[in-house]
Design a protein around this ligand. Structure first.
Ligand code: ATP
Length: 283
């Protein structure tokens, strides 16, 4: 678990994080959502040590990252896997060399043990045999999977993922989300994902943190978000047609009523649905 307590960070006179307190849970996809400029990236960068917070605490399994020596911070960094936008693979290195990189940095294993581990993680992301390929030879989805393989090669306790679906088509995005969720559950990883993708919110949002102007405005799961009465959150999610429709669908399933609203085209959606949304009554 990562416990974040009253985290504050500003630049010059501008407060960006204004006292964020939240726990990130193991074995779960913890999603950070919010409008552009709400502080999600600054928050992530504080958590991984790329920014020094002005105040507050970040406890990794009880160890306060903000107050550790450089040497002790390195111990925690070993437990952190990261997957950045664009996968951040080294283009001049093969897949295998990209994945070995963290092993070279953080272990003194011999070459054959490292190669065994590379093959293990490549198999886990369904890329057996891609060892000698260069990033330019891979599709966007494959690059993401190599990025995931590299992020998990050191068996991380914590996994940070920035916009996992940027640049991917919806189907590939779904597969990448599913892979991240499976790995998170399988290895009990505390996974933190910064995302704008509302499909992901619904599919893998075990724990969702909604940031608004540098503060945690709301938290809950993908079911809670549907029923949330938080006006700011609703305004934010209703900007997405997908989530608006998903919310209407869920309401319909659970209550049998479609929420009244002139501007939603839910009735048309129902008319166009291939399967009946409500099973015909047996009476
Ligand atoms: N290094 C920096 N120096 C000064 N201000 C910064 C710095 N990094 C971020 N900021 C400011 O902090 C605020 C929050 O930025 P941040 O990148 O965290 O937003 P975000 O929620 O991640 O947005 P997006 O969804 O567009 O990525 C912005 O006003 C930004 O200008």
């Amino acid at each position: 678990m990562i416990e974040i307590k009253d985290l504050r960070k500003g630049f010059d006179d501008k407060a960006v994080l204004k006292g964020v307190t939240v726990n990130m849970n193991p074995g779960m996809c913890n999603l950070i959502i919010g409008s552009s400029g709400s502080g999600k990236t600054v928050f992530m960068k504080c958590l991984v040590g790329l920014f020094q917070p002005d105040s507050g605490a970040i406890l990794y399994g009880g160890r306060d990252f903000t107050r550790l020596s450089v040497e002790d911070k390195k111990e925690i960094r070993k437990e952190i896997g990261m997957l950045f936008q664009g996968s951040a693979l080294f283009s001049s290195m093969t897949v295998e060399e990209n994945i070995i990189f963290p092993l070279d940095m953080f272990t003194d294993w011999d070459r054959s043990k490292k190669l065994d581990r590379v093959n293990e993680v490549l198999a886990r992301v369904n890329l057996n045999g891609a060892n000698k390929k260069f990033p330019a030879e891979l599709s966007g989805g494959m690059m993401k999977r190599v990025g995931i393989a590299r992020a998990i090669v050191l068996n991380p306790k914590y996994l940070f993922v920035d916009e996992p679906n940027s640049g991917l088509d919806p189907q590939t995005s779904g597969l990448i989300d599913k892979l991240i969720k499976e790995i998170t559950e399988e290895f009990g990883i505390t996974t933190i994902i910064n995302t704008h993708d509302m499909n992901s919110v619904m599919e893998i949002g075990d724990h969702i943190v909604y940031m608004y102007q540098g503060e945690k405005e709301w938290e809950g799961n993908s079911k809670d978000i549907i029923f949330s009465k938080n006006e700011r959150l609703n305004n934010f999610i209703f900007a997405s047609d997908f989530l608006k429709d998903a919310k209407d669908m869920r309401m319909l399933e659970e209550t049998g009523n479609i929420p009244s609203s002139e501007d939603r085209n839910i009735e048309e959606m129902i008319r166009n649905a291939e399967e009946p949304l409500i099973p015909p009554s047996s009476e």
